[in-house]
Design a binder for this molecule. Sequence first.
Ligand code: CTP
Length: 392
Amino acid sequence: MSKNVVLGVSGGIACYKALDIVSRLKKKGINVYVIMTQSATEFVAPLSFQSLSQNYVVVDMFEDPKTWEVEHISLAEKADVFVIAPATANVIGKIANGIADDMLTTTVMATKAPVLIAPAMNTNMYENKIVQRNIEFLRSIGYHFVEPESGRLACGAVGKGKLAEPEKIVEYIEMLLYKEKDLTGKNILITAGPTREDIDPVRFITNRSTGKMGYAIARAARDRGANVTLITGPTNINPPSFIDIVNVYSAEDMYRAVSERFDSCDVLVMSAAVADYRPKDRSDIKIKKSDDDLKIELTRNKDILFEIKDRKTHQVVIGFAAETNDVLENAQKKIKKKNLDFIVANDVSQKDSGFGTDTNTIKIIDKFGNIKDYPNMSKDDVAHTILDLLVK
Ligand code: CTP
C-alpha cells in the first residue's frame, strides 16, 4: 500500500525547493498532501503544489471542507510521516510552545506520525538562542531535524541557514517511512564502485562499475536501522546521506580501508569491483608516445576478501560475482576460496543486469550450496532482498 506524506510549507524563499520534494516523493509512488501557511502562498502559488501532488492544497482553516472529514484531523491521521520544509523560525517556535493557530500548526499538533523539520532562515535567526532552544527541546521529545546547510543565503549573508537539499530531505523521509528496523545496532561495512590503478599522472585503468548496487545496499541497510559505513571508489553518483562515507581510489586504498574496519563490523558486503591488477611501475611523469608499441606490465593486487577470510569471527561476509559466463560454477568457486557466507552472482553480459543499469537479475548462493534465482528487479529491491536473507 502506498505511503502518505503530509508536507507543511511555511513562508520563506526556499518554498520553491519544496516543489522538488513533492516531485521526488511522487516519483517514488508516495502520496503527498500539502498544507501551506498563508505567508508561504506569497512565495509559491498553491496551484503549483496542487499540480505536482495531484491533491488539493490546504491553506485556510475556515474555508469549506473539500470532504466531509475535519480536514486537520484527517490529514494528521493520514500521515505516515509529517514533514515541514521549509520551516521558519516562527513555525518552529509555535510548535515548540504549543501554539496552533493555523492549518499547519493545528495539524502537526494533532498527528501521531514522526515529524521531520527542515529549517531555513537567515543565519543570525538560526543561531538565535531562542530558536536553538526550541530546536533542542523538539529534538529531545523525538522530533527529527534535517540541518540547514551553509552557503550564500537569499538575504546576501553567507552562513548556515540554507534549506537542506531536497534529495537529502527525501532520504530522511524514506528512512522514517521504513518501519522494519531489523538491522538496528548492526555495523555494516559496504564497498562499492570501481577502483583506479594509475599508469601515470594522467592515465589509469578502471572498470565499468558505477557504484549503484553498493549505494542501494547502503541506503537500504540505513533505512533498516544499521550503522552503515560505505567505502567507495570514484563514482559519478551522489552518495547516500546519513551514513559514514570513506572515499578511496585504488584497490590498495580499499584494502586498507576494509582491513581497518573489519574486526568491528558485523557484516561486510563487498559489492565493489576491485581491480585485480595494477601497473607494476607507476610513472611519476606523463608517458610520452613513441613510434613503438607500448607494453604495460601488470602486477596482482591483494584480493581483499581472500586476505581477511581468516580474521572472520562473528562477521557475515557477502561477496559479489560479476560474470559473463558459467555464472553458477564461478560463483560457487569464489564462495569456497574466499570463505563467504553467501555470494550474489549476476550475469553482466545481459543488458538489464550489472554495470550502470538500474536493475539486476541475480542468483544468491549460500555456503551450503543452496541457490536462489530471482527475477529482474530494481537495484533497490535487490538490496532489500539481500538484506532479507541476511536478517533470516
Ligand atoms: N574482490 C576482492 N578483492 C579483489 C577482487 C575482488 O575482495 N582484489 C571481491 C569483489 O568485491 C567481489 C568478489 O571478490 O565481492 C568477487 O569478485 P570478482 O571480480 O567477480 O572475482 P575475482 O575473485 O576477482 O575473480 P575473477 O576476476 O577471475 O572473476
